[in-house]
Write a protein that binds this ligand. Structure first.
Ligand code: PMV
Length: 347
């Protein structure tokens, strides 16, 4: 089948890891399995227009970000196209216009690589399906996640499902290093509509990219123990997702966040991405949890922002606490209310 021109549009959400991916092998293969909550409100919406052209052996695309040409994202997209070409051999037969917007504020310090690469991968998969219509839905989403992984590792967890595992784990059936899979077992109601309020502590550019950070795990003195720990923590989460034990959930999630940053602080060269206000917030959360017994906890990405995780039923009290005691630690008092979501959607 040949198709002359057309367009697709997909939205894909960001995700927040509970067990962190930090360290990788060649071809974006993770050094350890990870699991994340898919988010709902923080997302990228990408329209892909395509038109058939003569194959001159080069990729051809323009990139629009919030309606304007964006040259500095182009090398990343080019690298992505190079990596996925073996899976989508038609790429050089088309000129693409990639038109993308994020729902979260520009340079808020929220990584858009997961949502952005997932949204682009979904669009590319739609074109693949238009050209080769005979594929199952399972194949479609699996391959979309595989493509997204080649854009940005964590992006493969932004395709489908509320709780997504990426990386082979002996007790999670179907889990793979090549793509993310929806957590296969039933999840306790305590996690239904779980909330994630993202406190924007520092909106500046990261001093150390996650690519460099992953690489520093190669000669890291604690790498092997850390990778084994991720397997163990994922095992514990399997039980926790089943029994809904939030006290145990908090222990794993906060330990994972601090371990991620401990790996950064103990690599060579070492670096620190958290800020004084990150620590102020963590201490305030611990005090609030101790005083109220509300099971609220924090996690961190590769940056200073704090994700505050809590059950839906505690939302009024936790939001009050955030407004009263935490927004003062945020840049321009900014924070984003999000919650667990379902993955990418075609528009
Ligand atoms: O997807 P990358 O290469 O930007 O790595 C992201 C890694 C963390 O966000 C720090 C952890 C994770 O599992 O998402």
């Amino acid at each position: 089948q040949t198709i002359e021109q057309g367009n697709f549009e997909w939205s894909a959400p960001s995700n927040i890891a509970l067990v962190k991916y930090w360290g990788k092998k060649d071809n974006q293969i993770p050094a350890n399995p990870s699991v994340s909550f898919t988010l709902n409100n923080c997302k990228t919406i990408t329209k892909l227009a395509f038109a058939k052209k003569i194959n001159t052996g080069n990729f051809s695309f323009n990139l629009l970000f919030e309606g304007k040409p964006k040259e500095d994202f182009k090398p990343k997209i080019h690298k992505f196209l190079e990596r996925i070409e073996i899976y989508l051999p038609f790429l050089k037969d088309y000129h693409f216009t990639i038109d993308t917007v994020n729902t979260f504020p520009h340079s808020s310090g929220i990584a858009s690589s997961a949502s952005g690469m997932a949204a682009l991968a979904m669009n590319m998969m739609s074109l693949e399906k238009a050209l080769n219509p005979e594929m199952t839905e399972e194949y479609f989403y699996q391959k979309a996640s595989l493509l997204a992984r080649l854009g940005s590792g964590s992006a493969c967890r932004s395709v489908k499902g509320q709780v997504v595992v990426w990386g082979n784990h002996k007790n999670i059936s179907g889990s793979s290093d090549l793509f993310g899979v929806e957590f296969p077992n039933a999840i306790h109601d305590n996690f239904k509509n779980y909330q994630d309020t993202i406190l924007l502590v520092d909106k500046g550019e990261k001093q150390v990219s996650s690519t460099v950070g992953h690489d520093l795990m190669h000669d890291h003195p604690f790498a092997e123990r850390r990778f084994a720990q991720a397997h163990e923590n994922l095992d514990k989460l399997i039980t926790i997702f089943k029994n809904g034990n939030l006290e145990e959930f908090i222990k794993i999630v906060e330990s994972e966040a601090l371990t991620l940053h401990a790996m950064m602080m103990t690599s060579m060269p070492y670096f620190i991405l958290i800020k004084p206000n990150t620590l102020e917030i963590i201490n305030a959360i611990w005090k609030f949890r101790n005083d109220t017994k509300i099971p609220v906890c924090f996690t961190l990405d590769a940056g200073a922002n704090v994700h505050v995780l809590y059950p839906n039923k505690d939302k009024p009290k936790v939001l009050q606490f955030i407004q009263d005691e935490l927004v003062g630690y945020c840049q321009n008092r900014q924070y984003i209310c999000d919650q667990i979501g379902n993955g990418a959607i075609e528009i």
